[in-house]
Design a protein around this ligand. Structure first.
Ligand code: SF4
Length: 273
């Protein structure tokens, strides 16, 4: 596997891995995500909670995130980029080989968000090399730049975007207001569209959120109908964390789950669990 490691490493001092485009602030951990030059791992485990085709997955949860979702259930490490432990790429590579031997069917890079950790992920995968017989999965909010997608090309087998928020309505969009990601819809759908055009395997997750059917779920599902062959995973287990406010502090209703599932089926989406 030939990866662009030098190109990736340049983002540790001058970072353009996501559209926050922090540049040199990365070097002092003062960029939007506050991830510095060292990657922290909150936890890693064999995880059975992923989609059946990926489970059990070797899930590697990186600390720090490029989003600031007000209802984040992983805030403990998503908003604390130095939460957890630092390991070397050699140590993580050895753990990936170990988890594979223990039965992992995929290795999932997740967070927080894995985007700030792309240089570390690429170095690790390079070290694992041909010892890896299971697919690598990039499980991300997909608020990425073209530079980031270029770097992942050849390293990632399955892309797992989390298309959570819908398009702007009257100039306002949930991705910016609730997720802290300006121009969310254009950027995230643009990344998915690019990879679809390149023939990559995509499993798109959509989290159902209470009272976000009209603004988010319906337009997201209708947009996905333009991409036959994309697998779609509807996440129906929304649980409001204690710090959630307004509608997002509510419970997702059975009606919302039923209507969304019916719509997805009616649109012919390839639903997976
Ligand atoms: S990954 Fe972090 S440092 Fe890099 S551009 Fe995005 S928010 Fe800024």
């Amino acid at each position: 596997m030939k990866l662009s490691l030098p190109n990736a490493q340049s983002h540790l001092t001058d970072c353009y891995l996501c559209p926050h485009n922090c540049g040199v602030e990365r070097a002092t951990a003062s960029g939007f995500c506050r991830v510095g030059q060292q990657s922290y791992i909150a936890s890693e485990m064999l995880h059975i909670g992923e989609e059946a085709c990926l489970s059990p997955a070797h899930a590697i949860f990186f600390s720090g995130c490029t989003a600031t979702c007000t209802f984040c259930t992983a805030a403990k490490f998503a908003f604390r980029p130095t939460y957890g432990v630092t390991v070397s790429p050699q140590q993580l590579a050895a753990r990936i080989v170990q988890r594979q031997a223990e039965g992992a069917r995929s290795v999932n890079f997740v967070g927080g968000d894995p985007a700030p950790h792309i240089p570390f992920i690429l170095e690790t995968l390079q070290l694992v090399g041909s010892q890896r017989q299971i697919p690598s999965v990039f499980n991300s909010n997909f608020y990425l730049t073209n530079d980031a997608l270029d770097l992942l090309d050849g390293a990632i087998d399955i892309y797992l975007p989390d298309l959570k928020f819908g398009p702007p309505v009257n100039g306002e969009e949930c991705g910016a207001q609730l997720g802290g990601m300006p121009d969310y819809w254009r950027i995230v759908t643009g990344c998915i569209d690019r990879l679809y055009g390149e023939g990559k395997r995509l499993i798109v997750r959509h989290l159902l959120m209470p009272s976000h059917m009209e603004c988010c779920t319906e337009p997201v599902l209708k947009w996905l109908a333009n991409y036959p062959g994309v697998e779609v995973s509807l996440l129906t287990q929304y649980v409001a964390p204690a710090h959630a406010t307004d509608a997002l502090a509510q419970v997702l209703s059975e009606r919302e789950v039923m209507d969304s599932t019916t719509l997805a089926r009616g649109l012919g989406l390839q639903l997976i669990e």
